[in-house]
Design a protein around this ligand. Structure first.
Ligand code: NI
Length: 400
């Protein structure tokens, strides 16, 4: 693409950076939990109306689909996606835009994703006489919660009439300094399944252990035995993780309870390993229960699929990012065992999910996502909106 277009986008982005910061701060101040993004989506709709960009609200529940048509709108179509939901975390940042909703916080940067997509939309709308094709704007709800807003948006037809040839999404990344972005081709984020165990014994007085079937000891053994799945069952070159984060044994110092609740996550990439591991997890639960003469009920909730970045699309967007930001501002990412519902777009379309650097160690902006002190260097919004607009135009021009 022409370098003068890159320069125009940089200028437009710089000119409207303050407005995008204001969008982000508003969204940060009024965060909403997954599938409850009513005020958020109203705010998005108001901004798009101001810009003169058409949209349809009520897509996938609390989602919204906007579109920007250039010349010859049917000639080429790409989709840009932002998620809008927040997390059940009490913010601990002392900032003017601190969350005003008790116990709810944009601690995963979805405020920055939404603001960046609004900013990108504004840039693309201003350039609409200079490109051919259509850019779809997917503002989706519920990324943080199963079944994931992406599934609802797809079911509601956001990837049809017209079908985009590719979907692009970005996500904040505190370990990367603002101004930089990161890419990974192929498998990038894991499939995530939730594990729930009900460990059933027979409670009683702690001083008479010979008269009880101790579910606490059984649960402890279960947690240890489950470590076998990753350490001895998965091939060493297959990334997988099994973590138990919840063990509830509601007895007392002198009371052994009847049951213990254990819950955790299993993450993997390979479909066969995923399926076989579920069987192994059930086998381990049976074996552990057998050892104690108790019972262990297993409930595995199959979650998001693995996120696979389309190799050719990722190579193109990475090259475009280098042209827009400079080679030294584009890095390659390691594989992640995190999970992300953007994976659903990657299953049905060519898709690329990249990371937007938002950290700034010099200013103390280093807190990881999903923590009460997470924040971003807002200079990243300039990169976030400008790059997204540039990538969309580059992808529209690409001939299959
Ligand atoms: Ni997120």
């Amino acid at each position: 693409m022409k370098t003068d277009l890159a320069e125009r986008i940089r200028t437009l982005s710089a000119d409207q950076w303050e407005a995008t910061v204001a969008y982000r701060r508003h969204l940060h101040r009024y965060p909403e939990l997954s599938f409850q993004e009513h005020q958020t989506v109203r705010y998005v709709a108001e901004r798009l109306t101001e810009m003169g960009i058409p949209f349809q609200a009520g897509v996938g529940g609390t989602g919204l689909l906007g579109w920007i048509e250039g010349r010859d709108p049917g000639s080429s179509v790409v989709a840009l996606r932002a998620d809008m939901d927040a997390l059940p975390i009490q913010e601990r940042n002392e900032v003017p835009y601190r969350s005003e909703h008790a116990g709810v916080m944009h601690a995963c940067g979805h405020d920055a994703h939404t603001a960046s997509l609004l900013g990108a939309a504004r840039i693309l709308h201003q350039l609409r006489d200079e490109f051919s094709g259509t850019v779809k704007l997917i503002f989706q709800p519920g990324e943080e919660k199963f079944p994931g807003g992406a599934t609802l948006m797809i079911a509601d037809g956001v990837l049809q009439n017209p079908t985009p040839k590719s979907v692009l999404g970005q996500h904040v990344h505190p370990p990367l300094v603002s101004g930089k972005v990161g890419f990974r081709s192929g498998a990038y984020m894991a499939a995530a399944d939730e594990l729930y165990f009900t460990v059933i014994g027979r409670g009683g007085h702690a001083a008479y252990p010979h008269l009880v079937i101790d579910p606490v000891l059984m649960a402890a053994k279960l947690v240890i035995n489950l470590q076998r799945v990753v350490s001895r069952f998965a091939r060493p070159d297959q990334p997988a993780v099994l973590s138990i984060g919840r063990v509830i044994a509601d007895g007392a110092t002198n009371v052994i309870p009847d049951r213990v609740h254990v819950a955790g996550t299993f993450r993997s990439f390979d479909a066969e390993l995923r399926e076989r591991s579920h069987e192994e997890i059930r086998r381990i639960a049976r074996g552990t229960a057998e050892m104690f003469g108790g019972q262990i009920e297993v409930d595995i909730k199959v979650g998001y699929p693995p996120l696979v970045n389309h190799p050719a699309l990722t190579a193109r967007t990475r090259a475009l990012a280098c042209a827009y930001l400079g080679d030294d501002h584009v890095v390659d990412l390691d594989i992640s065992l995190g999970a992300e519902d953007f994976a659903y777009y990657s299953q049905v379309s060519d898709a690329c999910f990249y990371r937007l650097g938002t950290g700034n160690p010099d200013r103390g902006i280093t807190a990881p996502i999903h923590t009460p002190t997470f924040d971003i260097d807002e200079n990243a919004l300039d990169t976030g909106q400008g790059l997204m607009a540039w990538l969309a135009l580059g992808e529209l021009e690409h001939k299959r």
